[in-house]
Design a binder for this molecule. Sequence first.
Ligand code: FAD
Length: 306
Amino acid sequence: MLRSLMLAASRSGPLRTFAEDTPLLRPVVDRFVAGTTLDEAVAAARALTADRLVTVDHLGEDTTDRSRAAANTDAYRTLLRRLGDDGLAPRVEVSVKLSALGQALPGADGEKIALDHARQICEAAHAAGTTVTVDMEDHTTTDSTLQIVRDLRVDHPWVGAVVQAALRRTEGDCRDLAGSRVRLCKGAYDEPASVAFRARRDVDLSYVRCLEVLMAGGRGSGYGLPMVATHDPVLIDIARHLGRGRAYEIQMLHGVRPREQRELAAAGETVRVYLPYGTEWYGYFVRRLAERPANLAFFARSLLTR
Ligand code: FAD
């Protein structure tokens, strides 16, 4: 119930504007977000590469303005040039949300605009010597996003897809995608029972079934790589067991279980940190609060002690 309320709040335009314009919230947001500027993001990424890999997200989503979608694309191209120039590629790649690139633009051509923008980002990534992973948003976008990933892979077979164990369709999607770069996560959106498992246990069981499919997939086009995106220690143990003898990554969010990230890396696991930066942090931040009730207490305490 609380999670559903929080996730509804994460899409509220007025709350977004209020929060992003309130400097008081910034120190609290900083636990999950690397900063607002490119320099801050690059410095944080460089520090992490001492023992981990990184995927940088230039924050933005649900863009309904064409010029904003173009500006988001330019921000990624600038970021990728910088990663190449600073020698951080390929240890640092980027993650993109298609709704930031125009997928949600009103009218029929949103998907085409997003594909065109995503292609420009893939070309910049190729020039920098790194990769792109396309984040997955709510279930209404799954077919469109997977189609765009397929289109991008014609020229750039290394493009990563994301699937969400919470969705009933995902085990089938994993069968289609196994042998390519696929990030498996539980799913951060509030989805209806008609398309999604609602009980935690069912989501976890689905996650294990999907892991089995992805880990059994070969190298496919040569880029096949299961990317296990979770902080759940039981699922990480299962992934390590299923992944013995093959390449895979464990991925976690910046600011979540950092000690465990370092311990896994020290134990020889390939760990990649999802590192968001930018001024449009509201939706991302509220989803992180919704994932863990204790985060709300942390948030309230931080504000009260300010
Ligand atoms: P949970 O059962 O939620 O958490 C397990 C444990 O991890 C918790 O008990 C807690 O100790 C810790 N934990 C989890 N979340 C938090 C938090 N926010 N703050 C503090 N502790 C926490 N979702 C999408 O829908 N689309 C995407 O494209 C996407 N990309 C992702 C990329 C990466 C690299 C990661 C790690 C997650 C991504 N997610 C994405 C989010 C994901 O779907 C989950 O919402 C999120 O990872 C929490 O689920 P969990 O697997 O960690 O399990």
